[in-house]
Design a protein around this ligand. Structure first.
Ligand SMILES: [Zn+2]
Ligand SMILES: [Zn+2]
Length: 398
C-alpha cells in the first residue's frame, strides 16, 4: 500500500477518535459515565486471506455489541506488507478505534521502525479520555541490537517514562485510569516456561524484566490506575499487583489462525476471542468473549475426556476455567461423590503445550469406577466471589 492510502485511512481513524472523545467530567467517580468498550489484541493479519476473512467476521460481531470504541493492543501486524489488509478490515468497524503497537508492528531494520504505525494511527504512545475515564496507550517495544541483529526489548525509553509521569500527574486524582500495552508488564509467562531471564533464555518472547516491570508498577500505583490491558501472550491471565489488575487477553487469532476455517484456540486452549470492558456505576469490570466459529457458551471445560477413559490409579482430571484470575480456587466431583480440591496446574511443556494458571488438576484413582457413563463437575471460585460451575459426561472402558 502506498503512503497516501495509509494517510487517508489514518485520517478516518483519527476523526472517529476526535468526535467521540469526551473530556473528563470531574474529579469524582460519580461523574464517570456508563459505557463499555472492546479490547482486541494479536490479530496477526499477516496470516493471509483466511485471517482477513475470520477477523472481518469478528468485527461484525463486535459491531453488533455496539461498544463505545475498540482498542487494539497490537500485533496487528502491519509488517510484512500486511497493513492494507488490516486497515481494510478495521474500516468495517462502526465505532472509533485506538491502536497500540505490538512487537510485530515494528520494522526492526527500518530507519524509523514505527513508520507504518505512525502513518496509520499517529503516535505510538498517547492518552485519551472517554466518559470520565483516562486511557493511556504505552509503547513497550524498544529496538536494540544484540549480537549484530536488531530485536525488541520490552521497556519504555526514558522519554516515554517522563511523558507517562507527566500524563499521570495531569490526571485528576479521582479519575479512573486504564492503561494498555502490548508486551505484558505482569505475567507468570516466563516462570511457567521454566524460569530464567530475558533475553538469554527467551529470545523469541520479549518480556519486561523484573526490575523494569517493578519500576513501572511503582509509577502506576501512585495514581488511580485500575486496570492494565496486555496482549502478546495469546492467553488469558489475570494478576493483581499493588491494587492494579494486569489482564493478558486471548488473541483474536488464537494460535496464529493455525486451524484454518476451524475452531481456533489460543496457547492456553481458550477459544479465540476478545474482551469487553464495562464501566458502570463508577466500577470497571471485564469479560472474555469467544468469537464466531470458536464461540462457546460455557466458561470452561474438562480437557481429555472426549474419548472413552481407561481408568488408572492416577488419572489426570484437568479443568480449564477460561478466564479465572490467578488467585482462584477449584474443586471437582465425580458423579455425586465428594468435592475434592484441585491444584493450579502450571506445568511446563513445549511452547504451545504450556499450561496456564487457569487450568486446575486433580490426580485421582478412578479404578473403582464402573464401566459406562459418568459425570464430572468442576466448581471454581474467583477472588471476587464469582463461581463458575461446568460439567461433562465421560465414558469408562475397562
Ligand atoms: Zn502476537
Ligand atoms: Zn507480540
Amino acid at each position: 500500500m502506498d503512503r497516501r492510502q495509509f494517510l487517508s485511512l489514518s485520517a478516518m481513524a483519527c476523526l472517529g477518535v476526535t468526535r467521540n472523545t469526551s473530556a473528563i467530567t470531574g474529579p469524582n467517580t460519580r461523574d464517570v459515565c456508563d459505557f463499555d468498550f472492546a479490547f482486541i489484541t494479536d490479530v496477526h493479519i499477516e496470516r493471509g486471506k483466511l485471517a482477513a476473512s475470520k477477523f472481518s467476521r469478528t468485527i461484525a460481531e463486535i459491531n453488533s455489541l455496539k461498544p463505545a470504541f475498540v482498542w487494539d493492543m497490537g500485533d496487528m501486524s502491519l509488517y510484512p506488507n500486511s497493513g492494507k489488509a488490516y486497515l481494510d478490515c478495521i474500516k468495517q468497524l462502526q465505532m472509533p478505534f485506538h491502536a497500540c503497537p505490538g512487537n510485530h508492528d515494528i520494522a526492526l531494520n527500518d530507519k524509523n521502525p514505527r513508520r507504518l504505525f505512525n502513518d496509520c494511527f499517529g503516535p505510538a504512545y498517547y492518552s485519551f479520555d472517554f466518559g470520565g475515564v483516562h486511557f493511556i496507550t504505552l509503547d513497550g517495544n524498544t529496538v536494540v541490537n544484540r549480537q549484530g541483529k536488531n530485536t525488541i526489548d520490552a521497556c519504555l525509553d526514558p522519554r516515554q517514562i517522563a511523558w507517562l509521569k507527566a500524563d499521570l500527574e495531569a490526571t485528576p486524582q479521582q479519575t479512573p485510569i486504564i492503561c494498555g500495552v502490548h508486551i505484558p508488564i505482569v505475567s507468570t509467562y516466563i516462570k511457567r516456561r521454566g524460569g530464567g531471564t530475558f533475553p538469554e533464555d527467551f529470545p523469541i518472547a520479549p518480556q519486561f524484566n523484573k526490575s523494569r516491570a517493578e519500576a513501572l508498577i511503582d509509577i502506576l500505583s501512585l495514581h488511580n490506575v485500575k486496570l492494565v490491558l496486555q496482549g502478546h501472550a495469546h492467553e488469558n491471565e489475570r494478576v493483581t499487583v499493588k491494587g492494579i489488575e494486569f489482564v493478558s487477553s486471548i488473541s483474536v487469532c488464537g494460535c496464529w489462525w493455525q486451524s484454518g476455517e476451524g475452531f481456533e484456540r489460543g496457547v492456553d486452549n481458550v477459544p479465540r476471542g476478545y474482551r469487553i470492558i464495562e464501566v458502570k456505576g463508577g466500577h470497571i469490570s471485564h469479560r472474555y468473549v469467544s468469537s464466531c466459529e470458536s464461540k462457546v457458551d460455557r466458561r470452561g471445560e474438562f480437557m481429555g475426556f472426549d474419548n472413552p477413559i481407561v481408568p488408572s490409579k492416577s488419572t489426570a482430571i484437568i479443568f480449564n476455567c477460561y478466564d479465572a484470575p490467578n488467585e482462584s480456587t477449584a474443586k471437582v466431583r465425580i458423579d455425586s461423590g465428594p468435592w475434592t480440591p484441585m491444584q493450579q496446574y502450571t506445568g511446563k511443556g513445549g511452547y504451545i503445550k504450556m499450561q496456564m494458571p487457569h487450568h486446575f488438576i486433580l490426580r485421582s484413582d478412578i479404578t473403582e469406577l464402573t464401566r459406562g457413563k459418568h459425570r464430572l463437575t468442576a466448581n471454581v471460585t474467583w477472588p471476587d466471589g464469582t463461581i463458575v460451575t461446568e460439567a461433562t459426561s465421560f465414558t469408562v472402558t475397562k
